[in-house]
Design a protein around this ligand. Structure first.
Ligand code: GYE
Length: 349
């Protein structure tokens, strides 16, 4: 288990847990409590749709379909899964989809033909998986979703899902923002840079962010555009926005890469990121945490890519015929300039 942050947060972190009353927001001087945002295992063991697999023997073969983004977050996610499979002596057939849902569907069909024991994949977008997952179900191959969720009316099409609580991440950015601008009369002009259109993190972080802002109508989202979770696009989109808006107060970037791109665009426009225009982002990759320490990004909610060991545990249980939770959340925290330093050296991605 990772160490709890030792330095005090500017406000009680448990206030940004999903569903917690907003009255828990506290100013810097308040008494501080430290808890992790999202805690582990939420068991839904009595879901009648979860079909137990008969116990199997021998080496497990998994087919895994990765989204195919070129980012350090995604590379760390792939490495974590590959390392964990090697350590557990699981045979891993790993395919990368170049951001194409069609390719992911073709890869899953190929896993079905190869009669793998378990299929796992990180769905690039939420919608459009029912047909291929029905094929997997007909072939009695259990499916585990990792990182991103799907939208389906038939939850029996997958056995379990493992990943981050994207809604909580969005809420945490909003709660930080409300606290950061609590003495500003407003309006506060917000720019949102969002991820791959139709992907679970883009949809749910937006939802959480809006939910977190609630009726705080001093915040005006003056633009919400996609920058595809990419640093280059973040820079390009932000540069365009800076030309048309001279009154941006804060950026909500749905991942660090877009936040770092926005940071570069703000500097190129002769302004100070973190001061003239503040930035909140999500992921906590090394570059993001360095920018946080340097005061150029102001808040980062963690989205943990290192889910390989948890995935292998789930897969082994499914293979052995042990009942697994329908949903497993990854453990995550949030970072401020005050608590980031102790994490920097250990952050390998
Ligand atoms: O935040 C982002 C990546 O699906 C949670 O995908 C993941 C997101 C992550 O592009 O950096």
């Amino acid at each position: 288990m990772r160490p709890l942050p030792l330095t005090p947060f500017p406000y009680a972190v448990q206030s940004i847990k999903r569903g917690a009353p907003q009255t828990m927001l506290r100013p810097i001087s308040a008494v501080l409590t430290v808890t992790l945002i999202a805690t582990a295992l939420t068991a839904c063991g009595n879901d009648p749709d979860v079909k137990l697999q008969p116990a199997r023997k021998g080496q497990i073969t998994i087919g895994f379909s990765q989204i195919g983004e070129s980012s350090r977050w995604r590379a760390a996610n792939s490495r974590s899964i590959q390392d964990a499979a090697r350590i557990q002596n699981v045979k891993l057939i790993f395919s990368v989809a170049g951001l194409s849902q069609q390719k992911q569907i073709a890869d899953i069909e190929a896993f079905i033909s190869q009669k793998v024991d378990v299929i796992a994949f990180s769905p690039v977008v939420e919608a459009g998986w029912d047909e291929v997952l029905q094929h997997a179900k007909n072939a009695e191959i259990p499916v585990i979703l990792t990182d991103r969720m799907i939208a389906t009316s038939d939850p029996s099409l997958y056995t379990s899902s493992l990943g981050s609580d994207f809604i909580s991440e969005g809420i945490s950015a909003a709660v930080w923002m409300k606290n950061e601008f609590r003495t500003t009369p407003g309006p506060v002009n917000v720019v949102e840079l969002s991820g791959t259109p139709g992907s679970a993190p883009a949809v749910q972080r937006k939802k959480g962010f809006q939910e977190g802002l609630g009726d705080a109508n001093k915040f005006k989202i003056i633009s919400s555009s996609t920058a595809n979770f990419s640093r280059a696009d973040g820079k390009k989109v932000m540069a365009g926005l800076l030309k048309t808006h001279d009154d941006i107060d804060v950026v909500f970037a749905q991942n660090d890469d877009m936040g770092l791109g926005a940071m570069a665009a703000i500097e190129a426009a002769g302004k100070k990121p973190g001061k003239d225009i503040k930035i909140a982002s999500i992921d906590a990759i090394h570059d993001g945490l360095v920018a946080l320490e340097n005061g150029k990004i102001n808040f980062v909610a963690e989205c943990n890519p290192l889910i390989g060991p948890q995935l292998m545990d789930l897969i082994q249980d499914v293979f052995l015929g042990i009942e697994v939770p329908k949903r497993v959340d990854t453990r995550e925290t949030v970072f401020f300039p005050e608590n980031v330093k102790q994490y920097l050296n250990d952050r390998e991605y």
